[in-house]
Ligand binder design. Structure first.
Ligand code: HEC
Length: 318
C-alpha cells in the first residue's frame, strides 16, 4: 500500500461520522421525488411550513391505508395552519399505477411520494407502513416518530410553542422490506475501480472534465471523495445528472439519467465512506478526445453580432 492510498483511507474514516453521528440522527436530508400524479416534491422547498408530516405508505397494507385515511383528515385540519402533509412509498411491491389505484379507491387526495430507489425511506428508517414523522423545517430534524395518533398533539404543541409530548408507539403494522438495509455492511465492498468510476465516466464526465461545463473536475478518487456528500445530495434531489424528464413518459435520445440501480449503488458507496478499494484509478488514468460538439455537428450555426454591455447601469430588455 503506497502513501497516497493511506491518505485517502484516512479521509474516508473522517467522513463516516458525519453520516452516522448520533447528533445528526434526527436530521432529515433533502430529497426530491415524484408523486403518483407525476408532480415533483422537494422537502427543503417546504422551509416556510410550520411543520412537515411524512408517513410511510404501502398500498397493500390495510392498517397503513387506514392510517393514510386518518392522515388525510388531519391534513384538512392542519393545512390552513401551515402544516405540509405527504405520504412516502418505498415499497418494492408498488409503482405509480398501484399507488394511484389504491389512493383513488379510498378517495384519498394526499400526494404519495414514490421512493423507487428506497434511498429516502432507508435514511428515514421507514420500516413499517403507517409510521409517521413530524419534521421541524427550522432545523430539518424529526421531532416526532410513531403512530398517527401522536401527530395531532405534536402539531398542536409546535403551533402553540409548547414542548412536544412523548411519542405514541406505532401499532403493529405491515413491514416494508428494505433488502439493501440488510446488506449495508457489504456496501463498503462496492468497487470504486470497477463500478463507481466507470459509472461517473459514463454519466458525469462529459461535463465534469477539464473544459467541461461542470464547476469541478472528477479528476481522481480523492476529488470524488471530497465531493461525495454533495454528490449524494444532488442525486437525492435529482439535480444531477441534469435530466428532468419523467421516466414514465417517452424515450429520449442522449438520456443522461441514472437508473434506479445506479442511484442506489452510487449513494450506498458514498454512505459506506466512498472507499477507494483496490485497482488502478480509472478517473486518474482517463484520457478521451472530447468532440467539440457533444451531440454531433449542429444543422445550423447562427452568428449573432457582438453586443456591448456596460459595466454598470440598466439595459433595456430586448
Ligand atoms: C450536462 C452536464 C452535467 C452532467 C452530465 C453532470 N453534471 Fe454535475 N454539474 C453540472 C453543472 C453545470 C453544475 C453547476 C450548476 C449546478 O450546481 O446546478 C454541476 C454541479 C454539480 C455538483 C455541485 C453541486 C453544488 O451544489 O454546487 C455536483 C456534486 C455534481 N454536479 C455531481 C454530478 C454527478 C455525480 C454527475 C453524474 C451522475 C453529474 N454531476 C453530471 C453539469 C453536469
Amino acid at each position: 500500500m503506497h502513501r497516497c492510498h493511506q491518505f485517502v483511507s484516512a479521509t474516508a474514516v473522517l467522513l463516516l461520522p458525519y453520516l452516522a453521528n448520533s447528533a445528526n440522527a434526527n436530521l432529515v436530508d433533502n430529497f426530491e421525488l415524484l408523486d403518483q400524479r407525476g408532480d415533483a416534491h422537494e422537502l427543503y422547498y417546504l422551509s416556510d411550513a410550520n411543520a412537515v408530516v411524512l408517513m410511510a405508505h404501502a398500498s397493500g397494507c390495510v392498517g397503513g391505508q387506514h392510517a393514510a385515511g386518518e392522515l388525510e383528515k388531519l391534513a384538512e385540519t392542519y393545512a390552513p395552519k401551515g402544516v405540509e402533509v405527504r405520504l412516502l412509498n418505498s415499497s418494492l411491491n408498488d409503482n405509480r399505477a398501484t399507488i394511484r389505484a389504491a389512493m383513488d379507491a379510498e378517495d384519498n387526495g394526499l400526494a404519495v411520494l414514490i421512493d423507487d430507489t428506497q434511498l429516502i425511506g432507508e435514511s428515514l428508517e421507514f420500516w413499517q407502513a403507517g409510521e409517521a414523522v413530524v419534521i421541524d423545517p427550522a432545523t430539518w430534524r424529526t421531532v416526532y416518530r410513531g403512530d398517527i395518533d401522536g401527530v395531532a398533539p405534536t402539531l398542536d404543541a409546535i403551533l402553540g410553542g409548547n414542548p412536544v409530548p412523548a411519542p405514541i408507539a406505532l401499532q403493529a403494522s405491515c413491514t416494508v422490506a428494505f433488502p439493501e438495509q440488510q446488506r449495508r455492511s457489504s456496501h463498503a465492498d462496492i468497487s470504486y475501480a470497477d463500478t463507481i468510476a466507470p459509472l461517473l465516466i459514463e454519466k458525469c464526465l462529459t461535463c465534469h472534465r477539464p473544459g467541461g461545463i461542470g464547476p469541478w473536475v472528477m479528476s481522481d478518487h480523492n476529488m470524488v471523495l471530497g465531493f461525495s456528500l454533495m454528490m449524494r445530495e444532488v442525486v437525492r434531489t435529482q439535480r444531477m445528472p441534469p435530466w428532468h424528464a419523467d421516466p414514465h413518459h417517452g424515450q429520449f435520445n442522449n438520456d443522461r439519467s441514472l437508473s434506479v440501480e445506479e442511484k442506489k449503488t452510487l449513494v450506498h458507496w458514498i454512505e459506506a465512506g466512498a472507499p477507494r478499494g483496490e485497482g488502478a484509478d480509472p478517473l486518474a488514468n482517463f484520457v478521451h478526445d472530447w468532440p467539440e460538439w457533444g451531440l454531433g455537428s449542429p444543422d445550423v450555426v447562427v452568428d449573432i453580432p457582438a453586443k456591448e454591455v456596460p459595466a454598470t447601469g440598466v439595459v433595456d430588455y430586448q
